[in-house]
Write a protein that binds this ligand. Structure first.
Ligand code: A2P
Length: 418
């Protein structure tokens, strides 16, 4: 007799290596599925109803962790409290073949799709695709909320035109004698001062570093951020972003509490001949600026480098952070493609439109195993970019649905959208 197939649960977990223990998830969870002890935050599989309320407030993405397990044997909270890192994904044969799917999922075929689920969840939600094989070692969690590093503001410059609708700023933080090593693509956490309406400390907000690993100014112990002053919520209603307004209002000499660094995935390759295909909108340009500047410094001293291709979307030149410096970069250094959506008397253009227009060149890069793709900015662009990849691949003898999971698995496709 054949045994009845097991039911697979895509178990919701918290990555203890990335979690900064800020309590945001526990406060957010409407069904009290999340709890903690002095060591870890954990999710009770029997209580989690997959509402996803906790996912977006988490400042580090530690909450966006999933493992396929047998539904009759999920990781218990007692086990999770002992973890220093997430367990490896159990192979399909250990889970059993021909399986249904547990709470919160659409049905999938087993066993092949177990990996696909894992890969897909890393792409859409900026999760844990491996870093490029040649990425440098990132340091993470050096400073936590109870012992933050104190940085001093050494610059705060407006990047957008005076008449632009958005106030986007380049903020330089100096760490003095504190060691705060970061790589391009990593993020840091800012602790806004003061208390919220309930008398609690404000939640941490994460910002991508906009400077390369050797500092905003080489050999200085500093880094920069690209921060947009938030004045409305996603629905366009007036709302003051606590951390962004705190940062944008800072003056030279002011002190800022910083935690982190974070990020072990969205990192740049280090090997010679590696190409970067970068696609961004707005402040999603921060990691692209860091990577471009890292490469520019190497280019300036004559190092031989792979190609850089950038697709950058903004409403107009005046709204595009770093517009001036970007347009001065030599063409042989970077292939730049700027998409403007609100120019008078011009049709709306998005990054995905330019990707299609440059389809042949993009496809040539996609065919090269040394190409690494980075997507950062508005969540809405993700769908359009994926559609453009699908179309341009089809027109150039590639199949995006086959290529995409390979790129993810090889740490060559990194997505961070919000
Ligand atoms: P739009 O003019 O339609 O808002 P923002 O200035 O709001 O940060 O946006 C940066 C750029 O991203 C703008 O040009 C904006 O165009 C564009 N954008 C908005 N939605 C999408 C989308 N779904 N895909 C690609 N780009 C988008």
């Amino acid at each position: 007799m054949t045994a009845a197939p097991a039911t697979i649960l895509r178990q919701h977990l918290i990555d203890p290596e990335i979690c900064i223990r800020c309590n945001t998830c526990e406060e957010t969870c409407p069904v009290d599925a999340i709890s903690h002890d002095a060591r870890n935050y954990v999710v009770d599989a029997a209580k989690c109803n997959y509402c996803y309320d906790c996912i977006s407030p988490c400042p580090t993405g530690a909450i966006d962790s999933w493992r396929n397990v047998r539904a009759d044997a999920p990781h218990s909270t007692a086990d999770q409290l002992t973890w220093d890192s997430l367990p490896a994904q159990a192979p399909p044969e250990a889970l059993g073949a021909g399986i249904e799917v547990g709470a919160g999922n659409t049905a999938v075929e087993m066993p092949d799709d177990v990996e696909k689920i894992a890969a897909a969840s890393t792409a859409g939600q900026g999760g844990t695709a491996p870093p490029p094989w040649s990425a440098a070692h990132p340091y993470i969690n050096l400073y936590g909320i109870h012992a933050p590093a104190v940085a001093t503001v050494s610059g705060n410059f407006r990047l957008t035109a005076e008449d632009a609708s958005s106030d986007i700023r380049h903020i330089v933080l100096d760490f003095g004698n504190a060691s705060f090593p970061v790589l391009e693509g990593q993020t840091i956490g800012i602790l806004p001062p003061g208390l919220d309406a309930n008398g609690k400390a404000h939640h941490v907000r994460l910002y991508s570093v906009a400077s390369p690993r050797d500092g905003e100014r080489p050999k200085y112990n500093n880094l920069s951020l690209t921060v947009k002053r938030v004045t409305e919520d996603h629905d366009g209603k007036a709302a003051q972003g606590v951390a962004s307004n705190h940062l944008c209002d800072l003056k030279k000499g002011d002190k800022v509490n910083v935690i982190g660094p974070y990020g072990t995935s969205f990192l740049m390759p280090n090997h010679p001949g590696s190409h970067l295909l970068m696609i961004c909108t707005g402040t999603g340009s921060a990691p692209m600026r860091a990577m471009t500047e890292r490469r520019r410094r190497k280019f300036a001293v004559g190092e031989s480098l792979g190609k850089l291709m950038l697709f950058f979307g903004a409403r107009s030149p005046g709204e595009l952070p770093y517009f001036g410096p970007l347009t001065h970069l030599p063409r042989e250094f970077i292939d730049m493609n700027l998409a403007f959506s609100r120019l008078p008397d011009q049709p709306k253009r998005y990054v995905q439109d330019l990707l299609r227009e440059r389809g042949e060149d993009v496809a040539r890069l996609l065919k090269d195993e040394n190409t690494y793709i980075y997507l950062c900015g508005l969540k809405g662009m993700e769908k359009g970019v994926e559609e453009s990849f699908t179309a341009l691949c089809q027109a150039n003898g590639l199949d995006w649905s086959t290529l995409r999971p390979q790129l993810l698995q090889q740490g060559r496709y990194h997505v961070e959208t919000y």
